[in-house]
Design a protein around this ligand. Structure first.
Ligand code: NDP
Length: 351
């Protein structure tokens, strides 16, 4: 590979959703110029959420795509570089880390993995086209849009049971559609849904198809023991049959748990010093934008400190802020303790 196809970086962030973007903003403000390998599409899973009502700072609901655009713009104001390339292979075995994309090989002092997780789908016709318009994979995000309406949720694991209880606070009736006659999830969660008056459990039941052409108009379900079919005129279909963390490019390079999530400690460190992870790829429990953004901030603070302490870091790249971001930053840097070492400026402010 010639030098044109090989690039040295202090910090590479793999993934440009809320976790990766938040990490990039914190890193750049700490004087580390990150490069985001975003993949071909901007924004991560959040872009498929129609509206967010629970991201602080937005009193009116904001579209997932719009929020990503704002985060990206904010990152670019801080000089963050985004490449629409996918990490295809990594090598974390040496002192420097390698990330290969289709066209380039990147060598970095530190890596933040923010590749996210994708919900498992049922594979129904129209499931994809109705996503955000009747079909949802996140009750915490979308339950409030179904106040006093009937909804269905598919799955029998902890997520489905927890989300059914949450949905029951808003919806008039919640149908749990489970393909077996026994829940997989914890007994306590099962007991809780059984005790709720507005939750009805449909055992041995599956969804055959989604009704409606352009607009969601309910679902057709069937009992997989009797083959009996019936229409369920719900206004929303929640699918909670598990998530798949995106770790294909990491093959054997990093510790994963039994479900394939990256194992991190409280400070977002993985088992490889200098490699950090944030957002849904390491979070089987919450999967919330605000939490991804928070863990992104933590991973960047930790990565900045790691790069600063590392003895043979690549020369620091200049953080090229756009004017108004630079002005805002210089204003608040007056009350921020700054430490200069080896040309890398590390802000110790944790705001
Ligand atoms: P799980 O894999 O535990 O459960 C998935 C559920 O979806 C199962 O009931 C499964 O059915 C069903 N399912 C899978 N594929 C299909 C399909 N094609 N059609 C219909 N049904 C399907 O995933 P979860 O997201 O529930 O949980 C993942 C992990 O996260 C678990 O470890 C869980 O404990 C943890 N978690 C913990 C929480 C907590 O409160 N601590 C909250 C949420 C998750 P079947 O049972 O027949 O296989």
């Amino acid at each position: 590979m010639n030098d044109k196809n090989r690039q040295e970086e202090n910090l590479i962030i793999i993934g440009g959703g809320p976790g990766g973007l938040s990490a990039s903003i914190y890193a750049a403000r700490n004087g580390v110029a990150p490069l985001i390998l975003n993949g071909p599409e901007p924004g991560g899973q959040i872009t498929t959420t129609s509206e967010l009502e629970n991201y602080p700072g937005f009193p009116e609901p904001i579209g997932g795509f719009e929020l990503t655009q704002k985060m990206t713009e904010q990152a670019e104001n801080f000089g963050v570089r985004l490449k629409y390339e996918s990490a295809e292979e990594v090598d974390f075995s040496g002192d420097k880390f390698t990330v290969k994309t289709e066209s380039k090989e990147y060598i970095a002092d530190s890596i933040i993995i923010a590749t996210g997780a994708e919900p498992r789908t049922l594979g129904l016709e129209k499931e994809d086209s109705m996503r955000g318009n009747g079909v949802s994979y996140c009750a915490t995000c979308d339950a409030a849009f179904f106040r006093n309406k009937e909804v269905a949720i598919v799955g029998g694991g902890d997520t489905a049971l927890w989300e059914a209880t949450f949905l029951a606070k808003f919806a008039s009736t919640v149908y749990i559609i489970h393909r077996r006659d026994k829940f997989r999830g914890a007994k306590i969660l099962g007991d809780r849904v059984k005790a709720k008056e507005n939750i009805e459990i449909l055992w041995d039941t599956e969804v055959k198809n989604i009704k409606g052409e352009k607009k969601f108009e309910g679902i057709l379900i069937f009992n997989n023991k009797t083959n009996e079919e019936r229409n369920l005129d719900v206004k929303g279909l929640f699918i909670a049959i598990g998530h798949k963390p995106r770790t294909e490019c990491l093959k054997g390079q990093i510790e994963l748990d039994e479900y394939g999530y990256i194992v991190t400690d409280k400070k977002q460190h993985t088992n490889i010093p200098g490699v950090f992870a944030c957002g849904d790829v390491q979070d089987p429990d919450y999967r919330q934008v605000v939490i991804a953004a928070g863990s992104g901030a933590k991973s960047a603070i930790e990565a900045s400190e790691y790069i600063e302490k590392k003895e043979n870091s690549f020369p620091a790249k200049e953080v090229k802020m756009k004017n108004h971001a630079a002005e805002a930053n210089s204003k608040d840097s007056s009350d921020t303790a700054e430490k200069e070492e080896g040309g890398l400026s590390l802000s110790l402010s944790l705001d």
